[in-house]
Design a protein around this ligand. Structure first.
Ligand SMILES: O=C(O)C(=O)CO
Length: 319
Protein backbone atom coordinates (compact mmCIF):
# COMPACT_ATOMS: atom_id res chain seq x y z
CA UNK A 1 0.00 0.00 0.00
CA UNK A 2 1.28 3.52 -0.75
CA UNK A 3 0.12 7.00 0.20
CA UNK A 4 1.69 8.74 -2.76
CA UNK A 5 4.91 9.57 -0.87
CA UNK A 6 8.24 9.04 -2.63
CA UNK A 7 9.04 5.35 -2.57
CA UNK A 8 12.77 5.68 -1.93
CA UNK A 9 13.43 3.48 1.07
CA UNK A 10 13.90 5.75 4.05
CA UNK A 11 16.71 3.50 5.29
CA UNK A 12 18.80 4.45 2.23
CA UNK A 13 18.28 8.16 2.79
CA UNK A 14 19.17 7.89 6.45
CA UNK A 15 22.42 6.10 5.75
CA UNK A 16 23.74 9.05 3.76
CA UNK A 17 22.37 11.69 6.07
CA UNK A 18 23.29 10.63 9.57
CA UNK A 19 26.94 11.69 9.90
CA UNK A 20 26.30 15.24 8.70
CA UNK A 21 23.19 15.52 10.81
CA UNK A 22 24.96 14.68 14.06
CA UNK A 23 27.51 17.45 13.59
CA UNK A 24 24.81 19.95 12.83
CA UNK A 25 22.78 18.95 15.84
CA UNK A 26 25.61 19.61 18.23
CA UNK A 27 26.44 22.90 16.50
CA UNK A 28 23.06 23.90 17.15
CA UNK A 29 20.76 26.65 18.06
CA UNK A 30 17.12 26.81 17.05
CA UNK A 31 16.51 26.48 13.32
CA UNK A 32 20.21 25.91 12.61
CA UNK A 33 19.60 22.36 11.45
CA UNK A 34 18.54 21.84 7.87
CA UNK A 35 16.17 18.89 7.73
CA UNK A 36 17.90 16.24 5.67
CA UNK A 37 15.79 13.19 6.44
CA UNK A 38 12.22 13.22 5.15
CA UNK A 39 9.57 13.03 7.85
CA UNK A 40 8.49 9.53 8.78
CA UNK A 41 5.11 8.85 7.17
CA UNK A 42 4.23 7.10 10.41
CA UNK A 43 3.92 9.51 13.29
CA UNK A 44 6.45 7.89 15.63
CA UNK A 45 7.02 9.77 18.89
CA UNK A 46 10.23 9.28 20.88
CA UNK A 47 10.34 10.14 24.56
CA UNK A 48 11.66 13.64 25.13
CA UNK A 49 14.44 12.05 27.16
CA UNK A 50 15.51 9.78 24.29
CA UNK A 51 18.42 10.48 21.91
CA UNK A 52 20.45 12.37 24.50
CA UNK A 53 23.77 11.29 22.96
CA UNK A 54 23.03 12.24 19.37
CA UNK A 55 20.48 14.96 20.07
CA UNK A 56 22.40 16.64 22.86
CA UNK A 57 21.45 17.55 26.42
CA UNK A 58 19.39 20.69 25.93
CA UNK A 59 15.70 20.35 25.16
CA UNK A 60 15.30 22.68 22.14
CA UNK A 61 18.44 21.28 20.51
CA UNK A 62 17.26 17.72 21.03
CA UNK A 63 13.81 18.47 19.63
CA UNK A 64 15.39 20.04 16.56
CA UNK A 65 17.53 16.96 16.15
CA UNK A 66 14.46 14.73 16.37
CA UNK A 67 12.66 16.84 13.78
CA UNK A 68 15.69 16.72 11.51
CA UNK A 69 15.62 12.93 11.78
CA UNK A 70 12.01 12.69 10.68
CA UNK A 71 10.10 12.66 13.96
CA UNK A 72 6.98 14.81 14.05
CA UNK A 73 5.90 14.16 17.63
CA UNK A 74 7.24 13.30 21.05
CA UNK A 75 5.87 12.07 24.35
CA UNK A 76 7.04 12.89 27.84
CA UNK A 77 5.71 10.79 30.73
CA UNK A 78 7.35 12.87 33.50
CA UNK A 79 6.29 16.24 32.06
CA UNK A 80 4.02 16.99 34.97
CA UNK A 81 7.03 16.93 37.28
CA UNK A 82 9.04 19.40 35.22
CA UNK A 83 9.23 23.07 36.22
CA UNK A 84 6.55 25.23 34.60
CA UNK A 85 9.19 27.16 32.61
CA UNK A 86 10.46 23.89 31.14
CA UNK A 87 6.94 22.81 30.19
CA UNK A 88 6.50 26.15 28.45
CA UNK A 89 9.81 25.77 26.65
CA UNK A 90 8.77 22.34 25.41
CA UNK A 91 5.42 23.67 24.17
CA UNK A 92 6.98 26.68 22.46
CA UNK A 93 9.73 24.66 20.79
CA UNK A 94 7.28 22.04 19.54
CA UNK A 95 5.06 24.77 18.11
CA UNK A 96 8.03 26.48 16.42
CA UNK A 97 9.11 23.20 14.88
CA UNK A 98 5.60 22.16 13.83
CA UNK A 99 5.83 19.09 16.05
CA UNK A 100 3.18 17.57 18.33
CA UNK A 101 3.13 16.51 21.94
CA UNK A 102 1.81 12.97 22.39
CA UNK A 103 1.08 12.05 25.99
CA UNK A 104 2.36 12.72 29.48
CA UNK A 105 1.19 10.97 32.64
CA UNK A 106 -1.65 12.85 34.32
CA UNK A 107 -2.87 12.47 37.86
CA UNK A 108 -1.09 9.79 39.81
CA UNK A 109 2.20 8.30 38.79
CA UNK A 110 2.52 4.71 37.54
CA UNK A 111 4.90 3.89 40.41
CA UNK A 112 1.84 3.75 42.64
CA UNK A 113 1.06 0.37 41.07
CA UNK A 114 4.34 -0.95 42.44
CA UNK A 115 3.53 0.26 45.93
CA UNK A 116 5.46 3.54 45.69
CA UNK A 117 2.78 5.76 47.30
CA UNK A 118 1.30 8.34 47.41
CA UNK A 119 -0.90 7.62 50.37
CA UNK A 120 -4.29 8.72 49.02
CA UNK A 121 -7.57 6.79 48.89
CA UNK A 122 -7.70 4.72 45.68
CA UNK A 123 -10.42 5.47 43.16
CA UNK A 124 -11.32 1.78 43.05
CA UNK A 125 -12.36 1.98 46.72
CA UNK A 126 -14.97 4.65 45.97
CA UNK A 127 -16.23 7.37 48.29
CA UNK A 128 -16.18 11.13 47.99
CA UNK A 129 -12.59 11.60 49.17
CA UNK A 130 -11.29 9.17 46.56
CA UNK A 131 -13.37 10.77 43.79
CA UNK A 132 -12.15 14.24 44.73
CA UNK A 133 -8.50 13.15 44.96
CA UNK A 134 -8.72 11.55 41.53
CA UNK A 135 -10.44 14.46 39.82
CA UNK A 136 -8.06 16.93 41.48
CA UNK A 137 -5.08 15.05 40.02
CA UNK A 138 -6.62 15.26 36.56
CA UNK A 139 -7.62 18.89 36.95
CA UNK A 140 -4.11 19.81 38.06
CA UNK A 141 -2.68 18.14 34.96
CA UNK A 142 -4.67 20.22 32.49
CA UNK A 143 -2.36 23.28 32.67
CA UNK A 144 0.52 20.95 31.73
CA UNK A 145 -1.43 19.97 28.62
CA UNK A 146 -2.11 23.62 27.84
CA UNK A 147 1.57 24.59 28.22
CA UNK A 148 2.89 21.74 26.09
CA UNK A 149 0.08 21.55 23.54
CA UNK A 150 -0.81 17.97 24.54
CA UNK A 151 -4.28 16.86 23.49
CA UNK A 152 -4.07 13.54 25.34
CA UNK A 153 -2.95 12.54 28.82
CA UNK A 154 -2.16 9.04 30.05
CA UNK A 155 -4.45 8.13 32.94
CA UNK A 156 -4.49 5.11 35.27
CA UNK A 157 -7.52 4.24 37.41
CA UNK A 158 -5.00 3.24 40.08
CA UNK A 159 -4.45 0.35 42.44
CA UNK A 160 -6.84 -2.46 43.36
CA UNK A 161 -9.03 -2.32 46.47
CA UNK A 162 -9.03 -6.02 47.36
CA UNK A 163 -11.79 -5.63 49.94
CA UNK A 164 -14.26 -4.91 47.13
CA UNK A 165 -15.45 -7.10 44.28
CA UNK A 166 -14.08 -6.40 40.81
CA UNK A 167 -17.52 -5.24 39.65
CA UNK A 168 -17.86 -2.80 42.50
CA UNK A 169 -14.40 -1.38 41.85
CA UNK A 170 -15.39 -0.97 38.20
CA UNK A 171 -18.44 1.04 39.20
CA UNK A 172 -16.25 3.33 41.29
CA UNK A 173 -13.73 3.78 38.50
CA UNK A 174 -16.50 4.58 36.01
CA UNK A 175 -17.93 7.20 38.32
CA UNK A 176 -14.53 8.83 38.82
CA UNK A 177 -13.79 8.76 35.09
CA UNK A 178 -17.16 10.33 34.28
CA UNK A 179 -16.42 13.23 36.60
CA UNK A 180 -12.89 13.62 35.23
CA UNK A 181 -14.10 13.33 31.62
CA UNK A 182 -16.42 16.30 32.12
CA UNK A 183 -13.48 18.38 33.33
CA UNK A 184 -11.25 17.22 30.44
CA UNK A 185 -13.92 17.66 27.76
CA UNK A 186 -14.28 21.30 28.78
CA UNK A 187 -10.54 21.73 28.18
CA UNK A 188 -10.60 19.75 24.91
CA UNK A 189 -8.18 17.17 26.31
CA UNK A 190 -8.66 13.39 26.18
CA UNK A 191 -7.72 10.99 28.94
CA UNK A 192 -6.26 7.83 27.43
CA UNK A 193 -6.65 4.98 29.91
CA UNK A 194 -3.74 2.58 29.93
CA UNK A 195 -4.15 -1.05 31.02
CA UNK A 196 -0.92 -2.02 32.80
CA UNK A 197 0.58 -5.48 33.05
CA UNK A 198 0.87 -7.02 36.50
CA UNK A 199 3.35 -9.77 35.62
CA UNK A 200 6.45 -7.74 34.92
CA UNK A 201 5.73 -4.16 35.92
CA UNK A 202 2.79 -3.14 38.07
CA UNK A 203 1.46 -5.92 40.29
CA UNK A 204 -1.08 -3.69 42.07
CA UNK A 205 -2.81 -2.28 39.00
CA UNK A 206 -6.60 -2.60 38.86
CA UNK A 207 -7.08 -2.14 35.13
CA UNK A 208 -4.97 -4.71 33.31
CA UNK A 209 -6.82 -5.53 30.11
CA UNK A 210 -8.01 -3.62 27.05
CA UNK A 211 -11.46 -5.15 27.68
CA UNK A 212 -11.69 -3.45 31.06
CA UNK A 213 -10.60 -0.15 29.54
CA UNK A 214 -13.18 -0.67 26.82
CA UNK A 215 -15.97 -1.28 29.32
CA UNK A 216 -14.99 1.87 31.22
CA UNK A 217 -14.88 4.00 28.06
CA UNK A 218 -18.23 2.69 26.86
CA UNK A 219 -19.82 3.39 30.25
CA UNK A 220 -18.31 6.88 30.46
CA UNK A 221 -19.41 7.60 26.87
CA UNK A 222 -17.26 10.69 26.37
CA UNK A 223 -14.78 11.66 23.64
CA UNK A 224 -12.55 12.71 26.54
CA UNK A 225 -12.15 9.09 27.73
CA UNK A 226 -10.37 6.65 25.39
CA UNK A 227 -7.92 3.72 25.54
CA UNK A 228 -4.14 3.84 25.37
CA UNK A 229 -3.15 0.53 23.77
CA UNK A 230 0.45 -0.17 24.76
CA UNK A 231 1.46 -3.31 22.86
CA UNK A 232 4.14 -4.16 25.41
CA UNK A 233 1.71 -4.23 28.34
CA UNK A 234 -0.95 -6.05 26.31
CA UNK A 235 1.47 -8.68 25.05
CA UNK A 236 2.55 -9.57 28.58
CA UNK A 237 -0.86 -9.62 30.19
CA UNK A 238 -3.03 -10.77 27.33
CA UNK A 239 -1.39 -11.52 23.94
CA UNK A 240 -3.43 -12.12 20.76
CA UNK A 241 -2.43 -8.58 19.85
CA UNK A 242 -4.10 -7.81 16.54
CA UNK A 243 -7.44 -9.39 17.39
CA UNK A 244 -7.41 -7.70 20.77
CA UNK A 245 -6.63 -4.34 19.20
CA UNK A 246 -9.40 -4.77 16.64
CA UNK A 247 -11.92 -5.74 19.29
CA UNK A 248 -11.50 -2.44 21.15
CA UNK A 249 -10.57 -0.30 18.17
CA UNK A 250 -13.49 2.11 18.28
CA UNK A 251 -12.34 3.30 21.71
CA UNK A 252 -8.58 3.45 21.03
CA UNK A 253 -7.16 6.96 21.28
CA UNK A 254 -3.41 6.34 21.31
CA UNK A 255 -0.91 3.49 20.87
CA UNK A 256 2.58 2.78 22.19
CA UNK A 257 5.36 0.40 21.10
CA UNK A 258 8.04 -1.50 22.98
CA UNK A 259 9.27 -5.05 22.37
CA UNK A 260 9.10 -7.95 24.79
CA UNK A 261 10.96 -9.19 26.74
CA UNK A 262 13.01 -6.22 27.83
CA UNK A 263 10.89 -3.28 26.61
CA UNK A 264 13.45 -2.22 24.03
CA UNK A 265 13.07 -1.02 20.42
CA UNK A 266 11.03 -3.03 17.90
CA UNK A 267 12.89 -5.99 16.45
CA UNK A 268 14.61 -6.96 19.69
CA UNK A 269 11.97 -9.34 20.98
CA UNK A 270 8.95 -11.46 20.19
CA UNK A 271 6.46 -8.83 18.95
CA UNK A 272 6.06 -8.50 15.19
CA UNK A 273 5.98 -4.73 14.87
CA UNK A 274 6.27 -4.83 11.08
CA UNK A 275 2.92 -6.60 10.95
CA UNK A 276 1.46 -4.35 13.63
CA UNK A 277 2.59 -1.17 11.85
CA UNK A 278 1.14 -2.38 8.54
CA UNK A 279 -2.06 -3.33 10.35
CA UNK A 280 -2.42 0.10 11.96
CA UNK A 281 -1.67 1.83 8.65
CA UNK A 282 -4.15 -0.30 6.73
CA UNK A 283 -6.82 0.44 9.34
CA UNK A 284 -6.29 4.10 8.53
CA UNK A 285 -4.49 4.98 11.75
CA UNK A 286 -2.35 8.07 11.17
CA UNK A 287 -2.13 9.15 14.80
CA UNK A 288 0.89 9.24 17.07
CA UNK A 289 2.72 6.01 17.93
CA UNK A 290 4.58 6.46 21.21
CA UNK A 291 8.02 4.85 21.41
CA UNK A 292 7.85 3.87 25.06
CA UNK A 293 10.94 1.73 25.50
CA UNK A 294 14.65 1.76 26.16
CA UNK A 295 17.54 0.84 23.86
CA UNK A 296 18.97 -2.62 23.36
CA UNK A 297 22.45 -1.11 22.91
CA UNK A 298 23.71 1.75 25.10
CA UNK A 299 24.87 5.16 23.91
CA UNK A 300 24.98 6.68 20.45
CA UNK A 301 25.22 3.32 18.71
CA UNK A 302 22.01 2.24 20.42
CA UNK A 303 20.27 5.47 19.42
CA UNK A 304 21.22 4.82 15.80
CA UNK A 305 19.83 1.30 16.15
CA UNK A 306 16.52 2.74 17.39
CA UNK A 307 16.27 5.06 14.38
CA UNK A 308 17.13 2.21 12.02
CA UNK A 309 14.41 0.05 13.59
CA UNK A 310 11.81 2.76 13.05
CA UNK A 311 13.03 3.60 9.55
CA UNK A 312 12.47 -0.06 8.66
CA UNK A 313 8.97 0.00 10.18
CA UNK A 314 8.10 3.18 8.32
CA UNK A 315 9.03 1.53 5.03
CA UNK A 316 6.98 -1.53 6.02
CA UNK A 317 3.89 0.46 6.94
CA UNK A 318 3.12 1.55 3.42
CA UNK A 319 3.87 -1.72 1.63
O1 LIG B 1 4.81 3.54 33.06
C1 LIG B 1 4.55 2.74 32.16
O2 LIG B 1 5.02 1.59 32.14
C2 LIG B 1 3.67 3.13 31.10
O3 LIG B 1 3.39 2.33 30.24
C3 LIG B 1 3.17 4.54 31.06
O4 LIG B 1 2.65 4.86 29.82
Amino acid sequence: MTDGSPQIARRDLMRGASAAMVTLAYAGKAHAIAPSAPPFATRFAPALNAFRELGGPDIPGRLQWMKAHGFRAIEDNPCRRRPVAEQELIGQTLADLGMEMGVFVAGRWAGEHRGEGPDVPPLTGGGEDAMKAFVTGIRESLPVAARTGAKRMTVFPGVKSPQLSHDRQMANVIEGMKRAADVCAAADVTMVLEPLNTRVAYSLSFMTSPDEAYAICKAVGSPACKILFDFWHVQIEHGHLLATLDSVWDEVGYVQYGDNPGRKEPGTGEINYATITRHLWSKGYRGIIGMEHGQSIPGAEGERAVIAAYAALDDEARK
